[in-house]
Design a protein around this ligand. Structure first.
Ligand code: IVH
Length: 667
């Protein structure tokens, strides 16, 4: 039996990881570093390994990566776009290397190719007969977004490859923005009164995913090739170094590379690059990538569901700087959580000037032993929101003061309560304006009710003027109300009202998610909306909710508590009167394309592991089996297929290549 505490921790980790995935992949605005994200994921994996009964198909550990939510046409990748395993420090790198050697025959030590790890976003460029026909983002690794029109505006992406390029090539690489160009874009954004981008990566992502390619064109994005997904026809290459050389010959700019004969040389390069190159590099690099050079060895090593075994990202630690805490302010989140923020003496770190540093919660302040007036070491990990890593207590002069949790909400003066289990202080006032502003932004966000045009400035004005008291107030807005706001002319007001009106008919899961119930992310909202209509959900008991597979006691208590407050009851009644869709959503029918068909995989597959292939079959309603019989529908034969292939031929069972199988699964 899974102990209650472990189950709660697993759920908390999953909810946290999903939230970070959403911020990273949907909003391009991560709030934690890659290292912190990896630590959460590792902890979850560790718990799931020890308690395999707790693994659910929707756990973040079970996917290749990312979430695809978008306005762009989906673009399925011919071969999954995997990510890289990250290591932090020499010990972890050596462990990776030891694993590598175990999987290679003795006496064949691998030679490595080392490249900088460009901190951009991956992009797959498909060339047919040398002509660029598609550019796609990575998305969830299986399906990305078709950003061809935007990619065509990037000068370092050739529209046509030079001679001798393969018949079909899907080159993969990084779209990124140079630091100087990033600074220019941000200056422009600030002049226009918009929020600046947090870092060049997010800026590049936001620029590539523009609806209007003319905006992308202005942003001066660049592209460096580092791998490929498809290579058909033409002169084949047999190593990473050979591939990068070929890229240059075709007119694709390859990432710079260096060869290393052993792991010690990789380590030396890592330090040397950090000392001599990083400080003068024109763009952001967050580590080095070491790859086994030989494709024959790469093939032998294969991949896990998430990353190839033949490559590793050896990351640089975050960049750090020292400064002084001038004061601590408190910000109020969507659910009333009060987050302490240190206002520090402005300091330049990792390419930007920092004056605000999140302190997360009071437990963190306690752990750091931080006082106002302290000298602190701050760090910008992976170029995300900076944090305090250390307090220099020995530099204290006696005037430093303890940080005192606020007694009253800094936004509304409401009562502040402490919640043990969440280590947080919260404002208890349901009509606190700061909470309401955050909630409105969440309610209107793309994965929720998706009202474009309801940005921060509008929300501030609507709440500050007292025009809106809760989210249902959006549905009472009249054109005259909007015209009274600054910057609102006819057209803009009409557009926003149309968006608000459209939102009434959105599927229930978006409303459930949009309500901002603590612990309820998109996936849980979807499950709930498939089981209940909104009023049924509001009436569900805690015990009943706990019986739902992915809802544990903490989540059940949060849902129950939310719906049982008088404010929520009033809100639900108002949303009903406004005509929002409360109806239960239909379960997404599991695809039955392969229903009743058994597949047998044999030999070595190129683009996926055996498990991934079998998963695909199951997802489409079919069965995977280990042995061939007359009842087998298809045998999918990879390289070096042996007895099963013979048997299939004897029995007259249809044999597919891996590519044919993928085609069949796609149709
Ligand atoms: S090789 C799976 N090489 O890092 C192996 N990736 O976490 C294919 N990246 O999504 C990628 N610089 O977009 C490779 N020199 C480099 C890279 C690089 C940056 C990105 C890549 C990938 C992510 C992996």
């Amino acid at each position: 039996m899974l102990p209650k505490k472990t189950r709660a921790e697993i759920e908390r980790l999953r909810a946290e990881i999903r939230e970070h995935d959403r911020r990273y992949y949907v909003e391009d605005a991560p709030v934690i570093s890659d290292a912190e994200y990896d630590a959460l994921m590792r902890r979850l994996k560790d718990l799931e390994t020890r308690h395999p009964e707790a693994v659910t198909p929707d756990s973040p550990t079970q996917r290749v990566g990312g979430t695809a939510v978008s306005d762009f046409k989906p673009a399925r990748h011919a071969a999954a776009m995997l990510s890289l395993e990250n290591v932090y420090g020499e010990d972890e790198l050596r462990e990776w290397h030891a694993r590598l050697l175990k999987n290679l025959p003795p006496g064949e030590p691998p030679v490595f190719v080392i490249e900088p790890k460009i901190d951009g976003l991956s992009c797959a460029l498909t060339y047919e007969e040398g002509v660029l026909v598609r550019a796609a983002t990575r998305g969830d690794g299986e399906t990305g977004e078709d950003v061809t029109l935007n990619a065509r505006t990037i000068h370092s992406i050739p529209l046509r490859l030079g001679s001798a390029s393969p018949k079909k090539l899907e080159a993969r690489g990084e779209v990124y923005m140079a630091n100087a160009d990033f600074a220019k874009v941000n200056a422009e954004e600030e002049r226009a009164g918009r929020e600046p981008f947090v870092n060049p990566r997010n800026c590049a992502a936001g620029s590539l995913r523009q609806k209007n390619p003319a905006v992308t064109a202005k942003r001066r994005l660049r592209f460096l090739a580092h791998s490929f997904g498809v290579w058909e026809g033409g002169e084949p290459v047999d190593s990473e170094a050979g591939f990068l050389k070929a890229c240059a010959a075709f007119g694709l700019q390859p990432v710079e590379h260096h060869e290393a004969k052993d792991i010690e040389e990789v380590i030396r390069f890592y330090h040397d690059f950090k000392k001599n190159r990083l400080p003068v590099l024109a763009y952001s690099v967050d580590g080095i990538v070491a790859k086994v050079d030989s494709y024959a060895q790469q093939k032998r090593l294969g991949s896990t569901a998430k990353s190839p075994r033949w490559a590793v990202a050896f990351k640089y630690p975050a960049q750090q700087a020292s400064t002084v805490v001038e004061r601590v302010e408190f910000s109020v989140g969507r659910t009333g959580t009060i987050t302490p923020v240190a206002k520090v003496k402005p300091v330049f770190c990792a390419g930007v000037t920092i004056s605000s540093v999140t302190l997360h919660n009071f437990q963190e302040i306690g752990r750091l032993g931080l006082k106002v007036g302290d000298h602190v070491l701050i760090e910008r990990a992976g170029e995300v929101i900076p944090k305090v890593v250390k307090v220099a207590a020995d530099l204290r002069q006696g005037h430093e003061r303890d940080v005192v949790p606020p007694k009253a909400c800094p936004a509304c003066g409401g009562r502040v309560v402490k919640e043990e289990e969440f280590v947080a202080y919260r404002c208890d006032n349901p009509s606190c304006p700061a909470q309401l502003k955050r909630l409105l932004l969440h309610f209107a966000s793309r994965p929720a009710l998706d009202m474009q045009g309801l940005g921060e400035a509008v929300v501030d004005q609507l709440v500050d003027s007292g025009r809106i008291k809760d989210v249902s107030g959006l549905y009472d807005l009249k054109k005259e109300d909007l015209l009274k706001l600054e910057l609102f002319a006819d057209k803009r007001a009409e557009n926003l009202l149309a968006q608000i009106s459209d939102s009434k008919g959105r599927p229930l899961e978006r409303l459930v998610f949009g309500l901002g119930i603590r612990q309820v992310g998109e996936k849980t909202a979807e499950t709930l909306a498939q089981l209940y209509d909104l009023e049924g959900l509001a009436a569900a008991s805690e015990a009943e909710l706990t019986r739902i597979q992915e809802v544990g006691p903490i989540v059940a208590a949060a849902i129950h508590g939310f719906f049982h407050s008088p404010e929520t009851k009033r809100l639900i009644a108002r949303l009903k009167a406004a005509g929002l869709n409360f109806a239960k959503s239909a379960k997404k029918a599991a695809s039955a394309k392969f229903a009743g068909q058994t597949f047998v995989f044999t030999g070595e597959l190129e683009t996926m592991t055996r498990e991934q292939a079998e998963e695909k079959v199951k997802a489409l309603g079919g069965k995977a089996s280990g042995s061939v019989s007359a009842k087998t529908a298809y045998v999918v034969a990879g390289a070096d297929a042996g007895s099963k292939l013979r048997k299939a031929n004897e029995l007259g069972v249809k044999v597919l290549t891996e590519r044919e199988f993928l085609e069949l699964a796609k149709r």
